[in-house]
Ligand binder design. Sequence first.
Ligand code: MRU
Length: 349
Amino acid sequence: MASVLTQVYPITWQGDLVLLIDQTRLPKEYTRIEVRRYEDMARAIRTMVVRGAPAIGIAAAYGMYLGAREIPALDRPEFLNQLEVVAAELRNTRPTAVNLFWAIDRMLQVAQSTVGSVEQVQQALLETAKTIQAEDIQTCQAIGQHGLQALPQTPEKLNILTHCNTGSLATGGYGTALGVVRSAWQAKRLNRVYADETRPRLQGAKLTTWECVQDQIPVTLIADSMAAHCMKQGLIHGVIVGADRITANGDTANKIGTYSLALVAKAHQIPFFVAAPLSTVDFKLESGEQIPIEERDPIELYQIGNTRLCPEGVEFYNPAFDVTPAALITAIITESGAIPPQELKQFSP
Ligand code: MRU
């Protein structure tokens, strides 16, 4: 009998507010916070209560609606002006994941094109936010199925290495790279997941392992620095990661550490897959050098809990993402199939 996957929804519309699973508290505590105002949604994105490219996009879409309903029922042009202010604050939260900007632009487009009163526009925005979330779940399920075709077709079950968290929590509720892993588990093609801990924020240790435990998927946690050793020992059959922004040539920004993982996978002739919806592809950008890379507070590096890890007088550099060149990527698994990076341009809308 196929194993049943757990349903975890990081973002839920409930009555007149948004519930967010507080990802900063997992795995110690499973709590949800109530978000009623767009400023609070912007803060939740900035502080990573909600994180992961598709989830950020969905959260921003609901943020746009929350902002829209706070705008007093003015005439239409003034309403649209004030909605741009809401959009600007939400855009200003995190710079790298393009899904954020994609979702905000889609919401603005709906606001501009909906005929009728301000109340009707507000209603259309709520419906669109719900649609963006529902579409993401379907898209990720399709990515999962295409991933099954792309994975090495071997008689033995696979060990897959992944980086950061790309599961239900990072999306509408299914997952991109971890969605492929979940599909492989259901199809009985998976032996085990190796999860990089993903310094400095530890999304792998805290979130990926939590999600695997919910689904009863066997998972082994390793420090990021152990990946090459595991590959050399023959423990890894394939690597799958998510993406925050992919450029037209296939270069891929993802969580810091992804690039080194791709290099060591290449050195060991292990396939390296990126799994992401086509909404993560920024066709306006030609190559990865143009992707803005977020730098976060150095406290993420020098402190764990209340413990400072290094002496005073040290300088820090804390980029949250890196860019993996297309040449290191076997295929980009999307809802339209597994695409070799050099063919990505054909999927430009
Ligand atoms: O800083 P985060 O936790 O938002 O970074 C998340 C990642 O890098 C994920 O790998 C990426 O967003 C893909 S999520 C399906």
